[in-house]
Design a protein around this ligand. Sequence first.
Ligand code: 5GP
Ligand code: ZN
Length: 119
Amino acid sequence: MDDCVFCSIVAGQLPAEVLATSSEAIAIQDRNPVAPVHALVISKRHVESVHAIGKEDEHVLMDCLRLVRHVADLQGVGDGYRILSNVGLQGGQTVFHLHIHLLGGTELGPLLPSKQGGT
Ligand code: 5GP
Ligand code: ZN
């Protein structure tokens, strides 16, 4: 797809530090890491987000998750890490091409701070 940064990386038209590949996905180093380990597992096919996956593409998501596990082992965080996939502007997505963040290498704590303030 034109004007998609991740399609360009998949096509080798934009440089990226590739960590591993699979039949349906590639894993790269995030250029703006927010944890000691911060990889992105990106589908080779252009799909907008997890929410846009059709029945015919469900195997793509499974393949991405397999690659997540492989990269977690490669990066030495197989015993504990976080995966997340932002969906839409409201969900914080900035690149509208399916990808899963793999975060680890530190104590990540709760996903979001509690707003309740009590127990
Ligand atoms: P999102 O905000 O869509 O969930 O995540 C997009 C991620 O892609 C961000 O963490 C951002 O740092 C990363 N990113 C955006 N453009 C590039 C790029 O050209 N190269 C690499 N390696 N990472 C990128
Ligand atoms: Zn794309």
